[in-house]
Design a protein around this ligand. Structure first.
Ligand SMILES: [Zn+2]
Length: 94
């Protein structure tokens, strides 16, 4: 997967050696999703879905309605819920 479609906006997904100053697992920033190369294949989808939540939140303007701590909790819990209950695989984005 090279990008995700976030309500009509194509958001590139890039694997990188280091994410942000804190060497995080992933980040949504400046219209891109970055995922650390240290994320295992097993954890990749959870991290990707977490960052996709941030992209959706930004795109739809939730960021004005919920604070960043709440956004982290929702992103984490929903990504984990999805991965634990569904076999999720990426579609090809045109
Ligand atoms: Zn987050």
């Amino acid at each position: 997967m090279k990008k995700v479609n976030v309500f009509g906006l194509n958001v590139p997904v890039k694997r990188v050696d280091r994410v942000g100053e804190d060497d995080d697992l992933g980040e949504y920033k400046d219209g891109e999703i970055l995922i650390s190369n240290k994320v295992s294949k097993k954890d990749f989808m959870t991290v990707l879905l977490h960052e996709c939540f941030h992209a959706v939140s930004h795109r739809l303007g939730y960021r004005q309605a919920i604070d960043s701590g709440e956004e982290e909790i929702i992103a984490d819990s929903f990504a984990t819920f999805l991965v634990e209950n569904f076999d999720i695989k990426a579609k090809r984005v045109k």
